[in-house]
Each structure stands twice: as structure tokens, then as C-alpha cells.
Ligand binder design. Structure first.
Ligand SMILES: [Zn+2]
Length: 379
């Protein structure tokens, strides 16, 4: 079923809606959920649908999939300390969003959706455009006009209609919500399904670490889908008796857009209202996270915390990642200064297993990377 955590209203599992009548977001609790046996997993394809028991779709329906997931988990020396990078920028459209969108579009196809709109800072829009192309669903994507050219071209080449909206990321959302009166609003940030695709990253890390959860996981934080996905995935592993405890979740915001880092510090259970500034980390520049209350409680319950990192440290981390051979989009580089802080203040120690997620490919952000390269060279 679908339920609203604010007014507690329930909706049937097959009802097509993107939010509650009261305006709250909806949570999807599948009627049945399971986890495959380890013996069975060995024989399955290396993509998110190897965990199909945990990704409920109608029996006999074919998932909309392009082999997303089962991305490499690579041990990396970070200032001589061993950490693992999970290379989610290697998903088919170049970002981790493919996990969530593969499941979301599979569900929408099943529910008979023939056309939809989505708004995005770029990566989710590209993923939505690609998976809609595969599913023959008409798709219109709203992006802020400042979005990297690489992402815009990608969205259009998949055949989606692209709408560039002047102003902030939030102005883009409002434009899409307005337009959604005519067609289905498939917003990944509002969707109750998206997070179930994202949770597969926890399953993979567990498999890749030989059937163990890491001690710590470091994730970039904008709307918080990675945090909610990791929490849900590790919780399902715990419920299935596959792990003994949940990892600590450390979430990272840009100091120029930090409504959740501020809320965490002030012990608030709702995002703080902020005036955001431009940031290199455009992928996490969300000042009004839809499910901010859930993200805050997920991080708190994990015993982790929310960090904020400055522009110069994000750029140096980006350069350092390039020097290690990882060409990511600058947003992904926020995990670098977070690792430094967490090791330095003793929150994580060297004997522990620590995984940081690299979310998007640098190949999509060429224009932005060139711009910042010149800006930092001259400053
Ligand atoms: Zn409600």
C-alpha cells in the first residue's frame, strides 16, 4: 500500500498518485517483500534486478532495465587510509539515478502511464529520459537553465522534450508541478517507488564485501534519496537476517546549500529555511528537500551526522580524485573533504570498513569543469 506519514491516510497499491491529498509525500510499503538466497544470487545477472524479490512488480511483467547497478567497489588509498569507492557513475546513463528510475519506470509502465513529466537538476532527468525511451513513454523534463550542457544534450538525444526554467532548482519544481495538472508528475523526489531502486546499492555493497555491511557509508546529500535508499536497503538486509547492524550514515552537503546540515546541528526535525548560493556541487543544490524530515531521522538513527563542505575543498577533492583516476562530476567530490574530516575528528577509524559513493560521471559536466578550472586557476 501507499501511506502518508502526516495524516496516516492509506491508498491502494495500484493507485496512481504522486502525493497525498493533504500534500504530504507517500511511502510505498509493498504487500510482499523478500530477499533472494545467496545460493540463487550466484546465477543471476549483475544488475539491480538480481534482487527482484525485493523489487515488487507484477508477475510476468518485464522490468525496464539496461543493466544498471552492480557497479565496481574499489579499494582506494585516501591519504594512506584505505576506503572503498563505489563507482555508481558507471551506470548506463552516467549516474546512480538509474537504479531508482529503472524501478520507478517499471512500476509506471505497469500502471499504464503513457506520458509523464519530471524535474531534475540533470542526472535524474537524463535517467528518466533514457528509461522512458526504453519503455516507449512520452517524457518531458524540466531543468534549471543553469544545468550543464552535457546533461541537457543527453536528455534531448534520448528523445525527451526539454524545458529549461530560469531561476533556481525550486522554481523548476514549481513549473513542473503546475504543468503536471495535465499529465502524470513522475518526480523522483516525490515518488514513493524511486527509493526502492536506490536501496539496491546497499545490497550490492553487502554482496561485494562478502556478505557484510560496512561500518560507515559516506553519501552526497541534496534531496536525500541516497540516504533514504541506503537506510532502506540495509534495514531490509537486517530484517532478512543477513547483517547484524546498520552502518553509520554520514551525509554531505555543500556549505552553500545546507538546509539539512543546519537542521541537524540545531537538532531540528525539519529542514531549515536557507538562502542558497551557487555551488560547484550542482547535483545536491536542493534548498527545499521534500522528505527532509525522513532524511534527518535516518541519519540520526544511524549514529552518523550531516557534514557541510566548502567550495574550495570540493574542488581540491575533485582534482585529487582525478589524480587517482576517477573522473567524476564535481558534486561527487564532496565525499573527499568529508572523509578528511571524519578521519581527523575520529568519527571513523582506519580499521573500519568505509564506503563512499561516487554518484555521477565527469563526462556530463565538461562545461562546468572547464569553467571552474579557469576560475580556480585565476583566483
Ligand atoms: Zn496525508
Amino acid at each position: 500500500l501507499l501511506y502518508c506519514p502526516y495524516c496516516m491516510k492509506n491508498y491502494p497499491e495500484r493507485e496512481l498518485r504522486w502525493r497525498c491529498e493533504c500534500g504530504g509525500y507517500l511511502i510505498y510499503k509493498p504487500d510482499r517483500i523478500g530477499f533472494p538466497d545467496e545460493g540463487e544470487l550466484v546465477y543471476r545477472q549483475p544488475d539491480i534486478w538480481r534482487y527482484r524479490e525485493a523489487l515488487p512488480i507484477d508477475e510476468g511483467s518485464v522490468p525496464v532495465s539496461m543493466g544498471e547497478g552492480m557497479t565496481a567497489l574499489v579499494p582506494v588509498p585516501w591519504d594512506g587510509r584505505k576506503v572503498f569507492f563505489k563507482l555508481d557513475y558507471l551506470c548506463p546513463t552516467g549516474s546512480y539515478k538509474d537504479r531508482g528510475i529503472s524501478y520507478l519506470v517499471s512500476k509506471l509502465k505497469e500502471l499504464g502511464v503513457g506520458s509523464l513529466i519530471e524535474d531534475s537538476s540533470g542526472n535524474a532527468g537524463a535517467a528518466m529520459a533514457a528509461y522512458c525511451a526504453r519503455a516507449s513513454i512520452d517524457c518531458e523534463i524540466f531543468v534549471p537553465s543553469y544545468t550543464s550542457g552535457g546533461k541537457c544534450v543527453q536528455i534531448e538525444m534520448y528523445g525527451a522534450k526539454l524545458r529549461k526554467i530560469p531561476g533556481t532548482r525550486e522554481d523548476t519544481t514549481r513549473a513542473a508541478e503546475l504543468a503536471s495538472e495535465k499529465t502524470y508528475y513522475a518526480s523522483h523526489n516525490w515518488s514513493p517507488y524511486f527509493v526502492h531502486g536506490i536501496k539496491t546499492l546497499a545490497f550490492e555493497i553487502w554482496e561485494q564485501l562478502g556478505g557484510k555491511a560496512p561500518d560507515n557509508i559516506i553519501l552526497p546529500l541534496g534531496q536525500g534519496s541516497l540516504i533514504m535508499g541506503a537506510k532502506l536497503g540495509f534495514q531490509e538486509l537486517l530484517d532478512a537476517g543477513k547483517i547484524e547492524c546498520l552502518p553509520r550514515i554520514y551525509a554531505v552537503q555543500s556549505a552553500n546549500c545546507d538546509p539539512l546540515a543546519k537542521a541537524f546541528k540545531r537538532k531540528s526535525d525539519q529542514p531549515v529555511r536557507i538562502t542558497k548560493k551557487e555551488t560547484i556541487a550542482e547535483g545536491i543544490s536542493s534548498s527545499e528537500p521534500v522528505k527532509g524530515d525522513m532524511v534527518l531521522s535516518d541519519v540520526r538513527n544511524s549514529d552518523g551526522y550531516i557534514l557541510e563542505v566548502g567550495e574550495e575543498s570540493i574542488w581540491s577533492s575533485f582534482i585529487k580524485m582525478c589524480s587517482l583516476g576517477f573522473y567524476v562530476e564535481p558534486t561527487s567530490a564532496v565525499v573527499g573533504p568529508a572523509l578528511d574530516e571524519l578521519f581527523d575528528n575520529g568519527s571513523i577509524s582506519e580499521g573500519e570498513t568505509t564506503v563512499a559513493l561516487l554518484t555521477g560521471s565527469g563526462l556530463k559536466a565538461t562545461d562546468k569543469i572547464l569553467h571552474y578550472k579557469e576560475a580556480f586557476a585565476s583566483s
